[in-house]
Design a protein around this ligand. Structure first.
Ligand SMILES: [Zn+2]
Ligand SMILES: [Zn+2]
Length: 271
């Protein structure tokens, strides 16, 4: 079985619309017995009226109840998804040790301090410049932070573009991708294949949907071994979306295992 290591619930993520019961039931119905819950935690996020941070102790307590509800034959991994900005790197590293997380994800949801879901000015930039700057921040994030396990959705930047050819390619910014991978590989962190990105590309009619093969080949060529899968589900019906396709795709590059984290230790599972 492959773990879906990236999911949200409405109990702690302000943009999610599913309860823990709905998520667990859907995972069980789809044949999964281990999932990661990775609620949003954005330090110093631009004010949009939503609460992007939560009480860590309440979260820790909630997991005691949730694990009872899930039952003995179902594993709930307690994770967190930190939103990176340059000035919060140290705070992320500190916060990640405050409660006993199973897994820590790092993400970059902002471009020049703005949420591009709301403010789409960044899409006026030439595609190469946009991707280069965004992947450059992903590299910086993985270099500056140490207390994490996974770099999530490297391709998030093109999720809201109107240009359906605006796909993140290795050739857009090879130096930035190499820095990003070098940091991940030297620190033994994992690269997430975000299946929500694949699903969004499909729904929106992008010219391509799966990650650029040059990106995956380069990661592998540089010695990257640790990949993991996350559907980033926020609403009922979206757990493990496009999983089979993503797994099949990664197998085609010669990957034979994926990873998940429990008590911050890396475990492998056959693909
Ligand atoms: Zn995210
Ligand atoms: Zn997420």
């Amino acid at each position: 079985m492959i773990t879906d290591g990236h999911n949200h619930t409405k109990h702690f993520s302000p943009d999610a619309g599913q309860s823990i019961e709905e998520l667990i039931n859907e995972a069980k119905a789809k044949g999964f017995s281990r999932i990661g819950i990775t609620e949003h935690y954005e330090i110093d996020y631009p004010d949009d009226g939503l609460n992007w941070m939560f009480d860590l102790n309440q979260y820790n307590e909630a997991f005691k109840e949730w694990r009872k509800k899930a039952g003995n034959d179902f594993e709930l991994l307690m994770g967190i998804e930190f939103g990176y900005q340059t000035h919060v790197a140290e705070e992320i590293d500190k916060t990640a040790s405050l409660i006993p997380f199973d897994v820590v994800l790092l993400s970059n949801h902002l471009f020049r301090g703005k949420d591009f879901y709301v403010d789409r000015d960044c899409y006026k930039l030439p595609k190469k410049d946009l991707n280069k700057e965004y992947i450059g921040i992903m590299a910086e994030m993985c270099e500056k932070c140490d207390n994490y396990d996974v770099a999530a959705h490297y391709d998030y930047i093109n999720r809201y573009t109107d240009n359906l050819n605006n796909f993140v390619l290795y050739e857009d910014c090879p130096k930035e991708f190499d820095r990003f991978f070098e940091a991940l590989i030297s620190k033994e962190k994992a690269l997430e294949i975000n299946t929500k990105s694949i699903q969004k590309h499909k729904e929106r009619g992008f010219s391509r949907t799966l990650p650029d093969p040059d990106i995956i080949n380069r990661y592998k060529e540089m010695g990257g071994k640790y990949i993991c899968f996350g559907s980033d589900s926020h609403f009922p019906g979206t757990f493990a979306v496009s999983f089979n396709e993503a797994v099949e795709y990664m197998r085609s590059f010669g990957f034979t295992e994926s990873v998940y984290f429990k008590q911050r230790k890396l475990y492998t599972e056959p693909l």
